[in-house]
Structures are given as C-alpha cells and as structure tokens.
Design a protein around this ligand. Structure first.
Ligand code: FAD
Ligand code: UDP
Length: 381
C-alpha cells in the first residue's frame, strides 16, 4: 500500500516525506515521540510562552532551494541572530569580531590589531580559532590566546568534555573569529524563525493526501529485517525505508553504542518582563551550564506575561531511558565504528539513512533539508 516508510518526523523525515508525496508516492511516517518536528519541535508552555522543547533553533541558510521549499509551509520572522558571551562582568559579541576587539582592548591597541587582522586575513574573513592560534605574530597570538581562553576553552570543556584542540576542528570552526563589525552569529542570507513556530510548519509539510503519520510508534515495532529484505507488519515490504533515527539503535547496538552528547534542559518561568533582555547568552568562563536562552527574544512573541528561559547542561549520552542523543562526537575512531553500521545497512535492500543521527553528522536544519530533497529526487522517480 505504501511506496515508502519514513522513520522519524524531524526535518529530515518531514522533508523527504513531503517531497516524495508530491512525486505521487504514498508515504507512511512513523515517529517514536508523541509529536512531529523532531528536535525542532516547539510548543507553548503553561504560561503561553512559545518554547523550543529541545533547545533553541534558529533557522539560517544561504541555500535558495531550501529557503523556497520551506517558505511554502511558513512565513518567517526574520532577524539577525546575535549572541553574547558573558566573560566575568562583561557581555561581549560572539563570534569574536572587530566590535569585540574594541571592547576588550583600549582604542590604540584595538586599532592596531584591527589593521593587522584585516591585512592578514582580509575584511569579512571568518578565521577558525585553531587557525588563529597557529599565527606566529605576537599580536595575533595575543588575540588568539584571549579568544581561546575566554570564548572557547571552558565552553567547549562543558559542551564536549574535551579541549578545543582535541575535538573535530569543524566544530569550533562553526563559530570563527570574524574580521568585520557584523555582530550576527551566522553569516547566512536568511535567518530567523517560522513566523508561527516550527510545529505549524511541520504540520503543513505533512498535511498531504499521500502522507499518513503515526506518532508514538517505534519503527522497530513494525518493521523487521529478514535476509536483506524489509518486512512491514509481518509482510514483505517492497518499497523503500528511510530511517532518520540513530543508526546504532536500528541495529540493536550490534557494534556497540556510538558515542553522543546529550543535554539536560532546565526551563524556568519568571514573573518578570525580562531576564537577560536578549535571546542567548553563552557562559564561556564560568557556570556549569553552557548557555541561557530567553525565548521571547528568539521568537519575537509579544502577547505574553512574564518570560521563560532555558539553561543547557551537556553530558555524555548513556542510553538511559528518556535521554536523547543530540550531538554525534565526530572523530576517526567513532567514524570507523559508524562505518560498520553503514556496511550493515547496505545489506538491507531499499534502506536509506538520512539525518543528523542516521548519518552521524553535525547537520544544521538547512543542510539536512537539502539532503532530504536530494534523496527524494533520487529515489522518487
Ligand atoms: P531529529 O530532529 O532528531 O529527528 C529524528 C526523529 O526520528 C525524531 O523525532 C525521533 O524521535 C525519531 N526517531 C528516532 N528513532 C526512531 C524510531 N526507532 N522509530 C521512529 N522514530 C524514531 N540547527 C539549525 O539549523 N539551527 C539551530 O539553531 C540549531 N540549534 C540546535 C540546538 C540544539 C540543542 C540541537 C541538539 C540541535 C540544533 N540544531 C540546529 C540542529 C537541528 O536540530 C538538526 O539539524 C535537525 O533537527 C536534524 O533533523 P533530523 O530530522 O535529522 O533529526
Ligand atoms: N563554542 C565555544 N564558545 C562559544 C560558542 C561556541 O567554545 O561561545 C564552540 C563549542 O565547542 C561549540 C562549538 O563552538 O560546541 C559550536 O558552537 P555552536 O554554537 O555552533 O553549537 P550548537 O549551537 O550547535 O550547540
């Protein structure tokens, strides 16, 4: 009856399901949680404040195709997302940029350093901290040292349990030193929020006559693998299965658990107009949590009394019930383990791996949307 079964209703699953449905395919989406949206899911809390249940999600992209696709399901509240780091008693813009430089050094020194940075890297350049640390020039080394110690070291230890130089360089490379006066966190052309939230956007994406959605159901309860074939509810399934959950879980940890980081979210409502007066503050030199998000500044919600914040605490994922694997820990050893699972998946006919967990990658929303559209084009002919 179905041409495709999609496991997971996050952005990967919703995008591929919609795209396949528009190509005339019948699609069943099976989602383990009791709601759609995956980690992008948002909802109003008991005070009516729109919160992101799985941490702050800011949509950003320079990919026109992704922007066009998602814009069919939502209007946008666009803004330039800005973040500050709390460094002792100062709030400084992150990524560290020329404005930050002028906040931490006196004018004469900052002017001199600014000139040097522009000469060396060019205006607008985005320089990973680990690259800046390789510079031999004394002034550069001083800036690198400041940024490393005050922005990266402690935050990265909290987030990953490892030093910046010991994790995959692409991770810290996401937040480079920026040689400009632009305080925005991302460099992308489009950045903001679905105007009415993510969940209504997902509802629209999945609202199609060729799509059925079942929440509160684990794919492993309805789909089995037998001799390289897929069976669905006890019968051989000739269609394709697109799996967007953790790959180790799909194969019952056959090659052991893949390492992930998980997060604890501590939500707090306050009967006050504002807590921090801005959306995100990163705690880069103290506290046990990594950052505090104040939702109304992220979503632009106006019609509310009080304010809700969330503190994020990172820790190793243990697989305990209720824990969610949020971040793949990408290094050679873990990728080798991941590859064993990929080989296992290749033994199953018509099984496709898609998404941040199934692909064990650090994808943003836009990258996974693009990947899902590509996959649908490939398999939906
Ligand atoms: P998910 O959203 O994880 O969806 C996978 C779905 O599969 C889940 O709903 C899960 O319940 C379901 N599933 C798993 N196993 C099974 C099973 N056995 N049976 C059925 N269903 C199953 N990206 C940005 O672009 N901007 C941001 O600001 C941003 N902030 C982030 C903040 C945090 C704290 C985190 C963790 C991520 C952030 N991201 C952000 C990344 C973003 O969350 C991901 O790119 C995106 O959610 C990945 O979508 P996905 O569909 O691959 O995975
Ligand atoms: N990072 C940091 N200090 C900051 C911001 C980021 O050390 O103030 C490092 C940290 O290692 C983090 C990585 O850069 O995990 C990527 O940051 P990003 O904001 O992209 O993380 P995410 O929002 O995906 O958790």
């Amino acid at each position: 009856m179905y041409d495709f079964i999609v496991a997971g209703a996050g952005i990967a699953g919703a995008t591929v399901a919609r795209s396949l449905a528009e190509k005339g395919k019948k699609v069943l989406v099976v989602e383990k949680r009791d709601h759609i949206g995956g980690n992008c899911y948002d909802e109003k809390d008991e005070r009516g404040i729109l919160i992101h249940k799985y941490g702050p999600h800011i949509f950003h992209t320079s990919d026109e195709k992704v922007y066009e696709f998602l814009s069919r399901f939502t209007e946008w509240y666009m803004f330039g997302h800005e973040v500050v780091a709390k460094v002792n008693d100062k709030l400084i813009p992150v990524p560290f940029n020329l404005n930050t430089l002028h906040m931490v050094y006196d004018k004469e020194k900052a002017d001199r350093l600014e000139k040097k940075l522009i000469e060396k890297f060019g205006e607008g350049a985005r320089v990973p901290i680990l690259k800046l640390r390789e510079q031999e020039d004394e002034d550069m080394a001083e800036i690198a040292d400041y940024v490393y110690k005050n922005v990266f070291l402690y935050y990265t230890m909290k987030q990953w349990g490892q030093k910046p130089e010991d994790i995959n360089p692409e991770v810290t490379g996401r937040v480079p030193v920026v040689i400009s006066r632009d305080n925005r966190y991302f460099g992308d052309k489009y950045q903001g929020m679905p105007l009415n939230g993510y969940t209504p956007m997902f509802e629209k994406m999945l609202d199609h006559e060729n799509i059925d959605v079942e929440t509160g159901k684990d794919i492993k309860d309805v789909v089995k693998f037998e001799n390289g074939d897929i069976s669905f509810e006890g019968e051989k399934f000739e269609g394709g299965l697109i799996y967007t959950g953790p790959i180790d879980d799909l194969f019952n940890l056959k090659y052991d658990r893949l390492p992930y980081r998980t997060l604890d979210f501590d939500f707090e409502y306050m009967n006050a107009e504002s807590f921090q007066g801005r959306s995100v503050v990163n705690y880069t030199v103290d506290e046990d949590f990594t950052r505090i998000t104040e939702f109304k500044y992220l979503t632009g919600q106006k019609d509310v009394k009080g304010t809700t914040i969330v503190r994020e605490y990172s820790k190793g994922y243990s697989g305990a019930s209720g824990e969610i694997p949020y971040y793949a820990i990408i290094n050679d050893e873990n990728l080798a383990q991941y590859e064993k699972y990929v080989s296992e998946s290749k033994k199953i006919k018509n099984l496709y791996l898609l998404g941040r967990l199934a692909e064990y990658k650090y994808y943003n929303i836009d990258a996974i949307t693009a990947k899902a559209l590509e996959l649908a084009d490939k398999i939906g002919q």
